[in-house]
Design a binder for this molecule. Structure first.
Ligand SMILES: Cc1cc2nc3c(=O)[nH]c(=O)nc-3n(C[C@H](O)[C@H](O)[C@H](O)COP(=O)(O)OP(=O)(O)OC[C@H]3O[C@@H](n4cnc5c(N)ncnc54)[C@H](O)[C@@H]3O)c2cc1C
Length: 475
């Protein structure tokens, strides 16, 4: 159906894709964005000649990204997707290191240093992760989620699904432990749970498919960064005729047969509404366990550093780390993620300098946390700088200055429920299938974004925007 008046509340990646797709189909689309910039969490700090993403830094599933730009008739706007073949450099407090390459053989060759035969076991784990993706991931991602029965009907046709269905009843940590012997590599596989803001001790082994997807489809850096990719989506949406109102928080309500949306006091009648805010926040259901939040530190180094694009410095005790995070505490010595975009894209920093993004996972906010964050941030800043210097010889002599930082309070200001990045946390065996549905209980309203199907992460959020437009086309 086309020619309708549609409001989109929120200009994050999901809102922009939904708005663009609906405008392309001939609808009159008005997008209300509460903040002064489009892109939502995919935004950057531009300072001293550096462009530093403050949100997402890892991009995978490049075909989804290309298909999304094609669907928005914006292939010309898509920034070049630069491959990051050394996907991540890992370090453990034990002093061990591993470079995860897209080329599995190069990773497997290093794994035997973690225990005899561990390389072969890692290879088999990746094969099982690929099977999980084929059996469950692909049917889950290929269309708007239509319930567990329809999903199982589609999944059942995939060979080997019965054997793999059993493994997905494990946790991700259990899945890794059943296949590997070294605690370090178990911790590495468990890390993929944090891609959906979850704990490896609570999230289903289904998320092993993220490890497979990264390896099989690659990790990419869009030239100019992830915020630039979101900016290109905004240009595409505007070019398709979407009207954008910045600095305008919108609400939606149904009054009888009329659907009203827009800023308080200035609502207008629309035929349908896409809510790009978090569904749990929208429904006031933010009291339970939510996904992880994050603390981000942005640095300038006075020289071009010899650092990979992505590095992870692991915690000493993964179980204690996640127990603390999900009881609302900020653990000491927790896993530190480091992104050095100039390693792939020299244009991200001025010549002879490096910009760095450092991130600790953080718990979703609890009562009283707002007052605690200034002190907490100061402690995390000191810890991050110390651990960065200790881990990399090329950083030791560099002068580092702080360009900025972001705490869960900044995410809260963007409407993230209690500052949690993904809102809903898919804990439990059936967690992946219990996400808030795309259709709201209010007729004519659908959700798009990381809090609904198919989940968080930029490519999935792009899918969600396209699914939201499809849902409204069917209505
Ligand atoms: C620190 C960090 C690191 C991350 N790392 C990665 C990564 O490496 N790879 C990856 O793929 N993903 C990553 N993510 C997740 C990714 O950024 C998000 O999943 C994705 O950008 C969310 O898009 P969204 O469409 O849900 O919208 P959001 O980004 O949540 O934006 C929603 C927008 O809607 C606006 N809004 C909300 N309610 C209203 C309203 N009522 N009226 C008007 N406007 C409203 C908000 O102001 C906001 O601009 C990361 C996120 C963070 C914060």
């Amino acid at each position: 159906m086309s020619g309708r008046r549609i409001a989109v509340l929120g200009g994050g990646v999901g809102g922009l894709v939904a708005a663009g797709a609906l405008a392309r189909d001939g609808n009159r689309v008005t997008l209300f964005e509460g903040s002064q910039v489009l892109g939502g969490k995919a935004r950057a700090l531009v300072a001293n000649g550096h462009t530093l993403d403050v949100g997402p830094t890892v991009l995978t599933m490049p075909q989804v990204v290309r298909d999304t730009f094609a669907a928005l008739e914006a292939t010309d706007l898509l920034p070049e997707l630069l491959p990051v073949p050394l996907q991540c450099h890992y370090q453990w407090p034990t002093g061990k290191t591993l470079d995860l390459h897209q080329d599995l053989e190069r990773t497997v060759a290093q794994a035997d240093a973690f225990g005899p035969g561990e390389g072969e076991r890692l290879r088999r784990l990746y094969a099982d992760a690929a099977g999980i993706y084929q059996a469950l991931g692909r049917p889950y991602l290929e269309s708007p989620y239509d319930g567990p029965l329809k999903l199982l009907q589609r999944a059942w046709r995939v060979p080997g699904v019965a054997r793999l269905a059993g493994s997905t009843l494990q946790t991700l940590d259990g899945f890794a432990r059943a296949r590997l012997t070294s605690p370090e590599l178990v911790q590495l596989i468990g890390r993929f749970a944090t891609y959906v803001g979850a704990s490896p001790f609570e999230a289903s082994a289904t998320f092993a498919m993220i490890a497979h997807l990264e390896r099989a489809e690659g990790v990419f850096h869009p030239r100019g960064g992830l915020a630039g990719l979101a900016g290109a989506l905004a240009t595409a949406a505007r070019r398709l005729g979407v009207t954008v109102h910045l600095g305008t928080r919108g609400t939606v309500e149904r009054r009888g047969s009329e659907l009203l949306a827009g800023p308080a006091g200035g609502q207008e009648v629309f035929d349908a509404v896409v809510v790009n805010g978090d569904p749990l926040a929208h429904q006031g259901r933010t009291g339970g366990t939510l996904s992880l939040s994050g603390y981000v530190l942005l640095l300038e180094a006075d020289r071009r550093l010899d650092l990979p694009h992505h590095s992870i410095l692991f915690s000493r005790d993964s179980r204690a780390e996640f127990d603390a995070l999900f009881s609302g505490e900020q653990p000491e010595g927790s896993t530190l993620c480091i992104c050095h975009p100039a390693a792939t894209d020299a244009s991200m920093s001025p010549p002879g300098k490096s910009g760095l993004f450092l991130m600790f996972n953080a718990p979703a906010l609890r009562e009283g946390d707002e007052a605690r964050w200034p002190e907490r941030a100061a402690a995390l800043r000191t810890e991050a700088l110390e651990r960065l210097r200790a881990a990399f010889p090329s950083v030791r002599d560099a002068r580092l200055s702080v360009l900025g930082e972001r705490t869960p309070l900044d995410l809260l200001a963007l409407g993230a429920p209690r500052g949690s990045i993904y809102g809903f946390v898919p804990h439990g065996r059936l967690g992946p299938f219990q996400r808030p549905p795309m259709r709201s209980r209010t007729r004519g309203v659908v959700f798009a974004g990381g809090g609904t199907h198919p989940g968080g992460g930029v490519p999935l959020v792009m899918l969600s925007g396209r699914f939201a437009a499809q849902e409204l086309a069917r209505a």
